[in-house]
Design a protein around this ligand. Structure first.
Ligand code: 2HA
Ligand code: ZN
Length: 269
């Protein structure tokens, strides 16, 4: 059977980007076993032939009514699938889904009936929120970056914007490439509605949020950009921890240096 990606270079490119990022997540040690998940809103690439494709799964409930997702299509990592396998075989470890007209259920349409990630309700709730506010963000990423997660085990770094300021001050690029900083989300059960709701609340102010003692949830225009934002933040966390391991508290850039940089790069204060 032909793949949905055949003769659809733009759609194939989206999946290739996801596979590339999945490989980075594994190489960085951020994606043990089936850890982490990725979903991408691919509705813009859907043609009439895809719209006519039959379901290859039963109808699954989402668990919520998400009105902005009517007729939307997503590529999703499969539940219980490994990131390192998604990197090599994205169509065997992920699938395309269609949201049905009730906005509360979905079917899988291609290529294989791989059931989407256990975090699908939170991913879809986030996409619903993004569309609702007219955002051009299409990708959401959940992963377990070691140093950022380690920092959430200390109450000091869980206070609003304490970690953001610290991480921004480690190297100038961090604020330039993650200008909205890191939103903090107190511990909640993985996969719970409460976790999805607090994530959406924080995404009003941040592109990258961190779930206490668990991992990050990031959104951006595409999956590569979402990954880059997490990568620059975690790089800063590594520099901070490296300095601490050398036995000193790093100075960080001064307020004046931060101000100068924010003006030069045209960043929010
Ligand atoms: O999908 O990381 O939080 C595996 C997870 C859930
Ligand atoms: Zn997780």
């Amino acid at each position: 059977m032909a793949s949905i990606l055949e003769n659809r270079p733009a759609l194939a490119h989206e999946v290739e980007q996801v596979a590339e990022v999945a490989g980075y997540l594994w190489q960085k040690g951020w994606a043990e076993r089936n850890g982490g998940n990725i979903t991408v809103n691919v509705t813009e690439y859907i043609d009439d032939e895809i719209k006519a494709m039959p379901a290859i799964s039963p109808v699954y409930p989402i668990g919520a009514v998400l009105p902005h997702l009517k007729g939307c299509y997503f590529y999703c990592k499969g539940t219980n699938k490994r990131m390192r396998d998604l990197a090599r075989w994205p169509m065997e470890n992920g699938s395309f889904i269609r949201i049905l007209d009730d906005c509360a259920s979905y079917v899988i349409i291609a290529d294989n009936p791989v059931k989407p990630t256990s975090e699908l309700p939170s991913h879809l709730a986030v996409h619903n929120y993004l569309i609702g506010k007219g955002s051009n963000y299409k990708a959401s990423l959940h992963t377990h970056p070691i140093e950022l997660v380690a920092m959430t085990h200390c109450p000091k770094y869980l206070q609003k914007d304490v970690a953001t300021r610290l991480l921004w001050s480690m190297i100038p690029e961090t604020k330039a490439f993650c200008p909205r900083g890191l939103g903090i989300i107190p511990y909640q059960l993985p996969g719970s509605n409460e976790l999805a709701e607090s994530t959406i609340h924080e995404l009003g102010d941040y592109d990258v949020t961190i779930w206490e003692k668990h991992g990050v949830f990031a959104v951006d225009t595409d999956i590569m950009n979402a990954f880059d934002q997490v990568d620059v933040l975690n790089k800063s966390a590594q520099i901070y921890i490296c300095a601490k391991n050398m036995g000193f508290e790093p100075d960080g850039m001064t307020d004046e240096q931060m101000r100068e940089m924010s003006v030069a790069f045209n960043l929010p204060k």
